[in-house]
Every structure is written in C-alpha cells, then in structure tokens.
Design a protein around this ligand. Structure first.
Ligand code: C2E
Ligand code: MG
Ligand code: MG
Length: 730
C-alpha cells in the first residue's frame, strides 16, 4: 500500500499540474531524500543528556549559537521525565553515566519513539566500538566521540534533523493524498504490465457495485465490463499512450454496473517507463461522470444519452413480454424562437425550465421526460394499455402548456406540437422509434401546430419521399436545374404592363416542372434556399435589365421573393448590391417581396435591414398580406412601398361581402400609409372591376397571364400588351 501511495502521488501531481487545479496539497519534490539545509528549522529543540556538567555546558553553548533550543539533563531518569513533558527533535545521549547508562535510556526511548520520530546521537568518551555497535543495534541513529569535534557533530545533527523533517513532510503529504483520494471519490488502478496484473482499489470496485473480493486482478475485470461500443476507443487510447504518442491516457467510456446498467466513467492514467522508454507499469483513476453525462444542465432533466438508454431498456423489456406497450413522445414548443428573441434568452431559459416542470407534473414517476436540446423534449411513457392512454396524455400536456406562464412578471403563452410513436416489435433500435416520433411531430407542425399526431406508415413514406426530395434538390443546385418564370403585373389605371414577378421552377429531369410549393419549404429547411435564391435574383435582374434595354419606353420592374433564411443571411445587403452592379439593373427597378411573418418574427433586426435596403433605393413589398398574424398598426414602422393582398381575399370578391370589405380596408389603410397595393390572383373581370373601383393600383393573376418562360413574357412586352380595364382584353 505504501508503495502504491507513493507512486500515486506522482500520478496525482502530474494531473494537478496539468489541469492547474491547485489543491494546496503541498506535495514535496521527487528527490525527497537529498538533504536540504533549509529543512532544519533553527528552533529545533534538542535534549542533551550527560552527567558531566562541563561537557553539557560546552555542547549547550555550541548548539545554542547555531540557533537550536537546548534543554539539558544530568541523568537518564531526568531525561525521560523531560521527554514525557515536552517534544524534542533530537537527543544527544552520553553512553557512560552512573545511575542509568545511556544504552538503557536509549532502550526506553525506543520503546516510545521510532528512529525517525526522535533521532538519538550517542556521545561516548572513547571509540568503544562494542558499545557503539550495541547502541546502533538498539536504535541509535548516529554517534560522536569525546573530545567532541564540533563541526562534525553539528553536521551529523543537521543531517538527522533534515531526515526527520523530510520524513514528516512525506508522511503528511501521503496522509493528505490519501484523504484527497477518498474525497475525490475516485477509484484507482495500478497495472503491472509485465505480469499483466491489475490492482483495483476497493473504491474502483464499489463504483461498479462490487465488494472487495468479488473482483480479481486481471485486466479482463475491466475490459469485459466496457460497453461494446466504447471498447475500441479505450484500447486505442491506451495503446497511443503506451507508444508515447500522448502525454497521458484519458478516455470516457461506459462500464457495466453490477445492477445491469451502464455508468459513464472518466478513466485517466500514466505509464511508468524504464530507461528504454518502455512502460512497465501504468496507473490511473476512474471517476463516475454519469451525472454530468446524462443530465441537461438547464432543466436538470435527463438528456439524450440517458433517454436513449432508458428507451433501449424499455425495448429490451418489451421483447420478453408480448403485451408490453409503451410510447415515445417528441415535443417541440411552437414559436419558442419568438419568445427567445423578443424577450431575451434568459426568458427563453425560464420558459424551458417552467415547461420541464409542467411536463414532469403530467407524468408518473416511472415515465421519463428528457430535454434533447433547444425547445425539444421527449417522453418515454411506460406500460400503457392502449393507444388512447398516450393520446390522452398528449391532450393533458397540451392543456397544461397552454396555460400562461408567468416569467418575471411577463405573461408568456406557448403551445406545443407533439409526435407520438408507439412501440412495436419490429423496431430494432431506439433511434428508429425516436425518429418516427420526430416525423409525427413534424406532421403535427405542418398541420397547423398546437396538436399531436400519432406516427403511421404513411408518415414514414412521406418522410422517405421528403428525404428523396432533399437529395434531388441538392443535385438540382449543382446541375442548375432551376428556371425563372415571369408573371406580369399590370397597372389597373392604364391596363399596361409595369413589371413582372419572378417565380422559380424546378426543371426536374424525370418529373418535369416542379412548383415552389413543393420544394421551397425543403430548400428553406436545408439551407439550399440560399444558393437557389441567389441564382433567381441574379437571373431576374439580368433578364429585366435586358428587357429594359430592348424596350426603353416601358418602365419595367421586377419582384423577387425572399424567404426568411435568405433574408437573415449575413452580408445580404452587399450581395444584393453586387448583383445589381453586375447586371447593371437600377436598384429602384428591383422589389423584394417579403412575408408579414418574416418581418414580424424578427421585427427589430428586420427593421434595420429594411432601412439599409431602402437606402440603396431598393423597393420593398409585403407578400400574401392578410394571411399573417401581424397587427396592421405595426406597418408604419417598416419602410414598405407595396402591400400585396393575398389571393384568398381576391378570390372571394363578389362571393361574400365581408371579404370585399377586408380588401377595401386594406387598400384604405395602405393608402393612408402612403403605400401602394397589388392585388394577387386576379382571375375574373368582376374581381378586376371591383379592384379598380377600390383604387387598387396594380393587379396580377391568371386573368392577365399565367407565369411564363422569359420568351413568352417578352412577347407580351413586345406586343405592348394592354388590357382594357373592366373586361377581358383582346
Ligand atoms: P407568391 O409570391 O405569393 O406568388 C404568387 C403565386 O400565386 C405563384 O405561385 C403564382 O403562380 C400564383 N398565382 C398567380 N396568379 C394566380 C391566380 O390568378 N390564381 C391562382 N390560383 N394562383 C395564381 P407559385 O409560382 O407556385 O409560387 C408559390 C410561392 O412560392 C410564391 O408565392 C412564393 O412565396 C414562393 N416562391 C416562388 N418563387 C420563389 C423564389 O424565387 N424564392 C422564394 N423564396 N420563394 C419563391
Ligand atoms: Mg410573391
Ligand atoms: Mg403572394
């Protein structure tokens, strides 16, 4: 054990130095046994025992001059008495004394103190080798002969005292070290590489649930308990250290506990090398880091690691009992980002913590709720009888979460979309169940959020189709399979073309034209919208500039759609500016179409961005106006030129009066704000007539023209196509 501790100290030092954790353990340097004069404290106290008064006095004088504290005794009895009363650091003991001779006194001293605890230097009149030998055998540390050669005597005394100090310091540090080991709760291992034997400390064993005698001393006791997925990494890391490729060995791996669960361990060690550099021994520690590995720091809930582990266990159990049904919930807060951005991140954190609390309150203790990250939570609902048990819980959760949260005086509302996947014997891996719950959650979002969906195979098919689409889309970007179609925008005052909206299409190699509704959402999510959007902008500007040059009498402009990812990309203003410069198009001929929600969701940042674009003289329009949730009163904060009324309102003109009323209100509002209006989706002469009546400036829709390839659109310009207002033109 002693050897082990000493070795351990150097291991420990290595790490504390490395990690800069100054634990103030005061370990001494490695060459403990060389004499360091500073180790003899000047106030060491010495006991001089001699029956000869002159010798006592002379010794006293010399020693005191060197700074020692000296007490004298004229015989052995008095000396032992004094030792009982106070502590001495060294005894100078005369051998020949009348009452009790020095050897006898020495014997008594050694009964009480070891040679390191209290060194004794014998003083003898002549070189009586026999007596000296006896004294050394009885435990004397050294001797001096009379007449005393003082420099020699002092040197010997100093040496003994520094040995004593060094030993004391060593003992203290070892005790402290032993305490540190206990305190650190680490298990220790010491591997004799030659004999291939491993010492495991009792703590190492108890960390894994075993008693001292239940684990032997072979490496297999360790390696056979490592999780199969981790074993290779452990071996590689050990080998790299043994080959001197790393300064120390360190690895995090799972170890099988006696209770059947895996626990995460941080294992560290260093090798001891011979002069040839080959390691003969390696020792290290094992720390249980399961807690940090499995808990989400913000909410204290289990994290993905622990959740997957529990899910794996649930699947294991289900294998053995047919009726074992359980469910996995994937829950995502709707519009969490809005709370997070508008009320600061601290509030977002508070909302997540409060959500975690409510979720926990909805569940039994056997169930697990975990946070995967962001605003995503998962639930493992154990032992349900039927599907309705799961859906009932989903309803309950939704009700609980719908109640307002009070966060530092702010009332915050949130809803959640939940996907549910039910256990089935066909599932092989926990990841598959979780993925399907996630797919169902996406479906719930797509169907309008604040709802739950139970996973079914149709969803899987859709998910697969979506994945296919994603892959195809990536390829389409590389192969430049996109085209821009142009739809005319007509002045309702003159019936003349005043510009176009650029609408992207995907010329799919096997499917033909694919429309944006199908691929823009996927492009948004994958980020592919950035290169696609950039290309559309470039192409639309190039084409418009060409038409302007060919038909200089027509004031043509172009509207280009921007989605939120595009809008939020860094360096957007410069990019647009660069396109304008490259194509030579006037900034005022370009109008960006943004949606209400895009602007409102990022109100603050978008306001600044819009201002920058405005400064370049680029025009800005709000698309699909009326379908968002924004309040009309916010509009005047944004430097907008145009409102585009959504076609759902235009469609119902003449069908129900209420909608005409909304259209009228929007147009009035826009005009009050100094903003002009485009009516989208104009399909009939009746709609057109009504819009004219309401003084709507522009119209766009199948009534005038479908979106068309550049050549067809150009034909309309070339013909100076003009629609007679109020009836279908020739
Ligand atoms: P949007 O910007 O509102 O575009 C108008 C949509 O309405 C177009 O659909 C257009 O073909 C259609 N439309 C025009 N007139 C009529 C009509 O009289 N009746 C009906 N029923 N529909 C009409 P499209 O081309 O399928 O585009 C759909 C959406 O895709 C666009 O809606 C726009 O939000 C988005 N989009 C299109 N191109 C791009 C693009 O280059 N970038 C981005 N980010 N989004 C784009
Ligand atoms: Mg548009
Ligand atoms: Mg629109």
């Amino acid at each position: 054990m002693q050897r082990f501790l000493t070795f351990w100290k150097s291991v420990y030092e290595h790490w504390t130095r490395r990690s800069n954790e100054d634990l103030h353990l005061g370990f001494m340097s490695a060459n403990l046994m060389t004499i360091d004069p500073t180790l003899t404290a000047p106030h060491d106290s010495l006991l001089v025992v001699d029956d000869n008064e002159t010798i006592r006095d002379v010794l006293c004088l010399h020693l005191r001059r060197k700074g020692y504290r000296v007490i004298t005794a004229q015989d052995g009895r008095r000396a032992l008495e004094l030792m009982g009363k106070e502590d001495f650091d060294l005894v100078l003991l005369d051998i020949e004394m009348p009452e009790m001779n020095g050897l006898e006194v020495l014997q008594r001293i050694r009964q009480r103190y070891s040679a390191t605890e209290l060194p004794v230097v014998m003083v003898t009149a002549k070189s009586l080798s026999e007596e000296i030998v006896d004294a050394l055998e009885l435990g004397a540390n050294d001797y001096v002969t009379k007449p005393i050669d003082f420099p020699v005597a002092l040197a010997r005394i100093r040496t003994l005292l520094s040995h004593k100090r060094a030993k004391e310091a060593l003992r203290e540090s070892e005790e402290r070290y032993a305490l540190a080991v206990l305190g650190a709760n680490d298990g220790l291992w010491d591997w004799d590489l030659k004999a291939d034997k491993l010492y495991y400390s009792p703590r190492w064993k108890s960390m894994l649930g075993y008693k001292e005698n239940e684990i032997g001393n072979g490496p297999s006791e360790w390696f056979n308990r490592i999780h199969p997925e981790d074993i290779e990494r452990v071996k590689t890391d050990l080998a790299s250290h043994l080959k001197q490729m790393t300064p120390h060995y360190e690895n995090e791996h799972r170890m099988l506990h006696k209770d059947g669960a895996y626990r995460w361990m941080l294992s560290r060690g260093i090798g001891v090398r011979g002069s040839d550099g080959k390691a003969t021994r390696m020792a290290g520690s094992q720390t249980d880091i399961t807690e940090g590995k499995v808990a989400d720091a913000l909410t204290g809930l289990p994290n993905r690691v622990l959740f997957m582990d529990r899910l794996g266990h649930a699947m294991e159990r289900a294998k053995y009992s047919e009726n074992h049904l359980f469910a996995v919930f994937f829950l995502d807060l709707d519009r969490f980002k809005v709370v997070n951005d508008s009320l600061a991140h601290l509030m977002g954190d508070q909302l997540l913590i409060a959500t975690a609390r409510r979720l926990k309150a909805c569940l039994h203790s056997a169930d697990t709720v975990a946070r995967l990250g962001g605003d995503e939570f998962t639930i493992l609902l154990e032992e349900i009888k039927q599907v309705s048990d799961a859906t009932r819980l989903a309803e309950r959760i939704q009700k609980e979460l719908a109640m307002p949260f009070n966060l530092h005086g702010h009332e915050v509302f949130t809803t959640a979309s939940i996907g549910i996947a039910l256990s089935e014997p066909s599932y092989k891996r926990p990841e598959d169940l979780l993925r399907n719950a996630d797919t169902a959650m996406y479906r719930a979002k797509a169907l309008g959020k604040a709802r739950y969906e139970v996973f079914d195979t149709a969803m899987r098919d859709r998910a697969i189709a979506r994945l296919q689409l994603e892959n195809d889309l990536r390829r389409a970007v590389e192969r430049q399979e996109f085209r821009v179609h142009y739809q005319v925008i007509v002045s309702l005052a003159t019936g003349q073309i005043c510009g176009f909206e650029a609408l992207v299409r995907w010329d799919h190699p096997t499917r033909g034209l694919v429309y944006p509704a199908e691929f823009i959402p996927v492009a948004e999510e994958t980020g592919l919208i950035i290169p696609i959007g950039q290309w559309v902008l470039q192409e639309a500007c190039r084409q418009t500039k060409q038409w302007q040059e060919r038909y200089p009498d027509l004031p043509l402009m172009v509207c280009v759609n921007f989605s939120s990812k595009q809008f939020m990309q860094p360096g957007l203003v410069n990019q647009i500016n660069q396109v304008l410069e490259e194509t030579g198009l006037n900034a005022s001929s370009l109008k960006l179409e943004l949606t209400e929600s895009l602007i409102m969701d990022n109100a603050e940042s978008s306001c600044a961005l819009l201002q920058q674009l405005k400064e370049l003289d680029i025009r800005l329009g709000i698309d699909d106006f009326g379908t968002g949730y924004s309040s009309l009163s916010y509009l005047h904060y944004f430097p907008i030129d145009t409102l585009k009324i959504d076609r759902s309102f235009i469609k119902r003109i003449g069908v129900d009066e209420e909608n005409s009323e909304i259209v009228r209100t929007i147009i009035t509002l826009a005009h009050n704000l100094g903003v002009d209006v485009i009516a989208e989706g104009v399909e009939t002469a009746q709609q057109l007539a009504r819009l004219q009546e309401l003084k709507c400036e522009y119209g766009q829709g199948y009534f005038f023209s479908h979106p068309a390839v550049g050549e067809v659109a150009e034909a309309l310009i070339r013909m100076r196509q003009q629609w007679k207002m109020g009836q279908k033109a020739s």
